[in-house]
Write a protein that binds this ligand. Structure first.
Ligand code: EPZ
Length: 456
């Protein structure tokens, strides 16, 4: 199992190209199931989750050819997907278990193949993560949904004894925590091939949904309002193949922005989706970071320079995670890491995944002072963090620990970096190119130590 050894204390400086977005690419890849034509996606990052989706699509009868980027500084590789066998429609537990985003295949498979069977994803390190809203949306479109042996089976209504089409409907997709991103993606993908008009109310407004709608529109779908809470879809009979470039990863960009603040560094991001990061940039500015954004460029692919707070130091702030355009839950841990070194008390409230605080105990081991009550933490800034062996069991919490290690005195060992590899391509190489002292070490003994401690 790999770990990172980090010697902290270096100010990071230099330039990086933001990779294509993992969370945009996953539903886009699944949407390839909606057409018989070839789907070509560009700027696809080389990540464990993306490779997992390739594997699933291959099982579901697709030919998948991926060419990784030639240069480490490119935004991503190119994938070509062609459905060759549309008769298979079972996403097995073995795959769903390792990659929750497998649920993205449910809507496309159901709409195009007339039925879909997919293992019900379990909870994960950041909480329970139900899919009731996905199912509610698909039922409203006329799908017959059953749950058997841990699998969801969905079927379109019968027409003349055969699988017919879904029917457009008015659907309210809000839940106790607001909208659902992958739920919106699933219902949108199902509705594009339904008969008639679908209105999704309380749709997720995330940029990844806008990217999906853009690609589906290029394929011949008729979608209005993507990026707003009300999306209207006129169903069409078929979709064409497409050639599409994935939007840059706002969470990767936001993580490197935190690295600049935390190390009092100076990082310039190319291909930066600043327009999708307004809440994050606002919070970082309040915490003292300085931003210079090229206003002449496409705001979703701009040049963005981020400088640390200088001699003034990091200022305490209040942050509440919310659905887009609010502050994203996927950057809560990274911002929290930065605020451990602020000059005063910060308050962070997590409103999307209220248990998403796996990083808190680990940061405390590095000398951070954090008090948690339910979904809120108070972070009392300390003068310094001290390196320690740490481990987290989810992607963004691991990124937070890497950031803490970069700013800490001494050596930090971040164990189990396979979580990071799910969402950050070559993070250690990229940080090293900015001056960080970070190495990937393959340490099989860590497994034994973790097992002896009962961690798992
Ligand atoms: C997506 O997950 C992202 N994953 C997550 O990124 C991200 O944290 C999340 O959106 C929120 O922004 C991908 O895009 C692959 P949700 P998703 O459905 O769509 C509740 C990362 O680190 N809910 O928008 O699964 C849910 O429990 C990951 O890259 C229901 O109650 O999240 C949560 O409280 C992790 N019922 C809230 O809604 C449902 O049926 C939002 O979840 C679905 C969700």
């Amino acid at each position: 199992m790999d770990r990172f050894d980090i010697r902290g204390g270096t100010r990071l400086a230099g330039r990086l190209t933001v990779k294509g977005s993992k969370n945009a690419a996953l539903p886009l890849l699944a949407a390839a199931l909606l057409t018989d034509g070839p789907v070509v996606l560009r700027d696809v990052p080389d990540l464990a989750d993306i490779r997992g989706m390739f594997k699933l699509l291959t099982e579901l009868g697709c030919k998948v050819d991926y060419t990784p980027a030639e240069s480490a500084d490119a935004a991503g590789g190119v994938v070509r997907i062609q459905v060759t066998d549309p008769t298979i429609s079972h996403a097995r537990y073995e795959i769903v278990r390792t990659m929750r985003a497998s649920i993205c295949t449910l809507g496309p498979m159901l709409a195009k193949r007339g039925s879909a069977r997919i293992s019900l994803p379990g909870g994960c390190a950041i909480g329970e993560r139900p899919v009731d809203l996905h199912l509610r949306g698909l039922s409203a479109l006329g799908a017959d949904i059953t749950l058997d042996s841990g699998d969801i089976t969905a079927r379109t209504p019968k027409a003349n004894g055969k699988a017919g089409r879904l029917r457009g409907a008015r659907i309210f997709l809000g839940g106790p925590f607001g909208s659902t991103v992958l739920g919106t993606a699933n219902v949108m993908c199902a509705a594009v091939l339904a008969e008639g008009t679908t209105v999704i109310e309380c749709a997720a407004c995330e940029p990844e949904i806008v990217d999906l709608a853009d690609m589906l529109t290029k394929m011949g779908a008729n979608i209005a309002g993507a990026g707003s809470p009300r999306v209207t879809i006129q169903g069409v009979a078929r979709l064409n193949g497409v050639d599409h470039r994935v939007i840059p990863d706002r969470i990767e960009a936001g993580t490197y922005m935190c690295a600049a603040l935390m190390t009092n560094g100076d990082i310039t991001l190319d291909n930066c989706p600043a327009d999708a990061l307004m809440a994050h940039i606002d919070r970082l500015q309040h915490a003292g970071a300085k931003f210079t954004v090229d206003e002449q460029m496409d705001p979703m692919r701009t040049l963005c320079r981020v400088q640390g707070a200088g001699t003034r130091g990091i200022q305490p702030i209040e942050v509440t995670t919310q659905p887009h355009p609010g502050f994203p839950t996927d950057l809560q841990a990274q911002l929290l890491a930065s605020l451990t070194l602020a000059d005063g008390n910060s308050v962070i409230t997590e409103r999307i995944f209220t248990e998403r605080f796996l990083h808190v105990a680990e940061l405390t081991r590095m000398g951070a002072s954090i008090f948690r009550q339910g979904p809120t933490v108070i972070v009392s800034g300390v003068r310094r963090l001290v390196g320690a062996p740490v481990m987290a069991s989810d992607l963004r919490a691991s990124a937070c620990l890497v950031l803490a290690g970069l700013a800490a005195e001494g050596t930090t060992i971040v164990n189990r970096v396979y979580h990071l590899d799910r969402g950050y391509e070559r993070m250690e190489d990229r940080l090293r190119s900015l001056g960080a002292q970070i190495e990937r070490v393959n340490d099989k003994e860590e497994v034994g130590v973790a097992a002896a401690q009962g961690v798992g």
